[in-house]
Every structure is written in C-alpha cells, then in structure tokens.
Design a protein around this ligand. Structure first.
Ligand code: NAD
Length: 410
C-alpha cells in the first residue's frame, strides 16, 4: 500500500463501522484540490535548480484548510495527499474550525544555502499564493521547515495580498508567532502520553521512553517527558541513535542539538545504536517522531514497547497496526497524539486575526485542556465500541466532518 492508501485504509475501517455509505466515503476521501508546481531557482553557483512543489487541499467543510509544509527529498504527490487527509481528521479530532491540507517540496534542504532556501520558499509561494490565504488554506512548519521559513512565506504572500500574518502559522514569536508554538507538538505528545498512561495506572515518572527523531517534535517531547520525571533511554536523528539504559542526559542533548544545527552527531552521550534497532528496544513508551512508514510488517513483531505514541505522521503501516492490535500493544494515533502543533497554530491564527497576543500560560493551559478533553472522547468511544484508539479517533473525526459536509450540502 502507498501512504495515501494507508490513510484511506484507516479511514475506511472507521467509516464502515459508522456505515456512512459509499457516496459520502468517496466525498471524504478525494481531496478538493491538488497543486503541483515547478520551483526553479538560481543556485549560488549560477546554475538553475529545478524542484517540484506540491500543495494538496483535502477538505474544507469545517473551515479553512490547515497543514504543514515539508522540505524533503522523498516528498511525493502520494505522500502529500496522505498527509493532507490526515490533517482533515486531525483538526476534527481536536475540534478545531479547520479542514486539512499539506504541502511539500521535493528537495534535500541540507544541500542548499540559506539564500537558496529563501529563494525556493518565495518561488513556491509565487506559484500557490492564489490558492492559500487566512480564510482558505494556512501552511505551517513540518519536516525541515522552521519559523524562519514561515516568516518568508508571510512576507512573500503579503507582497501580493497586503499585510497578512494569519496566512501562515509557526512564525517566529517576534513576527506574529505565538508563544508556546515551537514546543506545542511535543507538549501535546506529553499530554497524550500522560492521559493514556493514566488509563493503565501508570505515570510518565515511572516510565521509560525511546524517541525516534530529535527535531522540533522529538526534541521537545524528550525535554518535556524528562522534565516530568520520565526516563529517556534512547533518541535518534537521521544520522543514528544514542542509547543508555540508565537514562540519557536530555538537557545536554538538547543543548548539543541546538548548537549543531539540530544534529546529535558526535554528542557523545550513551552508546550509538542503529535507527532500525532503536525501534525494537525494550521500553514502556515508543515515540516515533521522525518520518512516516517506519513501523512495518517487517519489524512490528520485534517491537518491545508497551505502548506506541505516534508523534510523527503516519509512522505505522496498516500491516504493522494489525500486528500491534493482535499483540495487545496499544497505539495512540497520530491524528490525536501530534495534534498539539495544529492546536497552537490555531491559537496563533486567532491571535493574528484579532491583533492580540496571549501569554504562554494561556496558550499552554488551553492546549492541555483540548488534548485532555479530546483523549477522553476518543478513549470513551474506543471502550464503548471495543475498537482501537485509532479507529475511535477516526470515528470522532468522520462524524464531525461528515455532519458538516451534509449540512453544507453540495
Ligand atoms: P524536523 O525536521 O524538525 O525533525 C525531523 C527529525 O527526524 C530530525 O531530527 C531528523 O534528523 C530526524 N530524521 C529524519 N530522518 C530520519 C530517519 N530516517 N531516522 C531517524 N530520524 C530521522 O521535523 P518535525 O517537525 O519534528 O516533524 C517530525 C514528524 O512529526 C513528522 O512526521 C511531522 O509530520 C510530524 N509533525 C510535526 C509537527 C510540527 O509541529 N512540527 C506537528 C505534527 C506532526
């Protein structure tokens, strides 16, 4: 199955339980718009670099579409389509007034200078500025994009449409960003984990964690579970993993990554371990926080975690999901577990539209409340209907999106 088929597989599993009918199923699976754009820039060496950019807008029945922008060599139309649809279900699970979208440029940003990256971002916005906007589609950071990239997006879009901070979220706090946005996805993952652990009589403070990925999501998740007393025994990034059964020195790793453009290479903490092996380490909580499709039929049988909390989007293939269900390993699904980022993006958008700023306490308090309330609803449905947390989350989301679609009419 490709990534889009994986997402639709999960969608259909819940849709069939809900018996929404084939016509509504079809309506909710197909994106409303898909854009593919050539992004050509002049490279520092004078040559022309030609890249492909995508924006898929999946559903807007509940509000403007919302979703990140990814810079990665493996970005492809199928993956963007899958991620766009996940955004529709995610915004609905946590009941934000948004639909779903996603974008990406197929590029290895590590091979570009800052000047080239800026040109690439601006050129992409030149191509899509007509189909995004504060009331249409609002991009945000994702893999390899950061507050600086969001600032360029705001600036470029504003050249066409006038001053528009609300066109993009995840901006620097000094440029209409929201306090608390940077750590929001990791903070949401921590709350999701806490809420799940409560249902099995456990706490973060008496649990061990393995975290794949040490970027925006992985770093803040590691930092926040460490602050809550959890023992982080392994972390990794694209260059490899680090493992210490007695617990890694998380504050030291955070400092190291910050000083080394996000990389842990050469951090010297713990033993080195291959990314593939890291996923099968014995631990209480396994947190994939890097890319999609990392938990597969091939390694699901070897996973020794007691619960998987999906901080990344789409880390578990349907085949692996089935193995986990059979083995009794609960999976806290991406469309709920990593919704903290889009939730605080929503707060940022609200602040931009109102020209008003919230303090960090308010942001974090509202985020925690939404994550806790959403967990309670998903968990209740999972218990009542005897389905997995993932199917329950899809049931909540499809119910909300389906109702809005029918009420609005065609
Ligand atoms: P990021 O670019 O900040 O970090 C990605 C991390 O993954 C880096 O540490 C990188 O080295 C590592 N990585 C890349 N390839 C790897 C590999 N093969 N093995 C191990 N590690 C690898 O990206 P991010 O924003 O932290 O996003 C991570 C995941 O979380 C993505 O799936 C993204 O869609 C999802 N997500 C992000 C947000 C957000 O707010 N940024 C919100 C929701 C979901």
């Amino acid at each position: 199955m490709n990534a889009a088929e994986d997402t639709n597989h999960y969608f259909l599993k819940a849709a069939r339980i809900m018996d929404i009918g084939q016509r509504i199923e079809r309506l909710l699976m197909e994106p409303v718009r898909e854009v593919k754009a050539q992004v050509a820039i002049e490279l520092d060496n004078g040559e022309v670099g030609v890249f492909l950019g995508y924006r898929v807008q999946h559903d807007n029945s509940r509000g403007p579409m919302k979703g990140g922008l990814r810079f990665h060599p493996e970005v492809n139309p199928d993956e963007v389509k899958s991620l766009a649809s996940l955004m529709t279900w995610k915004t609905a699970v946590v009941n934000l007034p948004y639909g779903g979208a996603k974008g990406g440029i197929s590029v290895d940003p590590r091979k570009l200078s800052e000047k080239e990256l800026q040109a690439l971002t601006r050129k992409f916005i030149d191509s899509i500025h007509d189909v995004i906007g504060p009331q249409i589609d609002i991009p945000a950071p994702d893999v390899n994009t950061n507050p600086q990239v969001m600032a360029w997006i705001m600036d470029q879009y504003s050249k066409y449409h006038g001053f528009s901070p609300a066109v993009v979220t995840g901006k620097p706090v000094d440029l209409f960003g929201s306090k608390g946005r940077e750590a929001a996805t990791g903070r949401g993952v921590r709350v999701a984990t806490e809420e799940f652990l409560k249902t099995v009589g456990r706490k973060i403070a008496d649990s061990t964690f393995v975290i794949q990925g040490f970027g925006n999501v992985g770093l803040h998740t590691a930092r926040l579970v460490h602050e809550a007393g959890g023992k982080v025994i392994a972390v990794s990034d694209v260059d490899g993993g680090y493992w210490n059964a007695r617990g890694l020195d998380v504050p030291k790793l955070v400092e190291y990554a910050k000083k080394n453009r996000g990389s842990l290479k050469g951090c010297g903490d713990g033993e080195t371990i291959a990314n593939e092996k890291l996923l099968t380490l014995e631990c209480d909580v396994l947190v994939p926080a890097a890319l999609g499709g990392v938990l597969t039929k091939a390694n699901a049988g070897d996973v020794r975690a007691k619960v998987i909390v999906e901080a990344a989007n789409g880390p578990t293939t349907p085949e692996a999901d089935e193995v986990f269900e059979k083995r009794g390993i609960p999976v806290v699904p991406d469309i709920y577990a990593n919704a903290g980022g889009v939730t605080v993006s929503y707060f940022e958008w609200v602040q931009n539209l109102q020209n008003f700023t919230w303090d960090e306490e308010k942001v974090n308090g509202e985020l925690d409340r939404i994550m806790r309330d959403s967990f309670a609803r998903v968990h209740r449905i999972a218990t009542e209907r005897k389905v997995s947390l993932r199917t329950a989350a899809f049931i909540v989301a499809i119910g909300r999106v389906g109702k809005a679609t029918v009420l609005r009419g065609l």
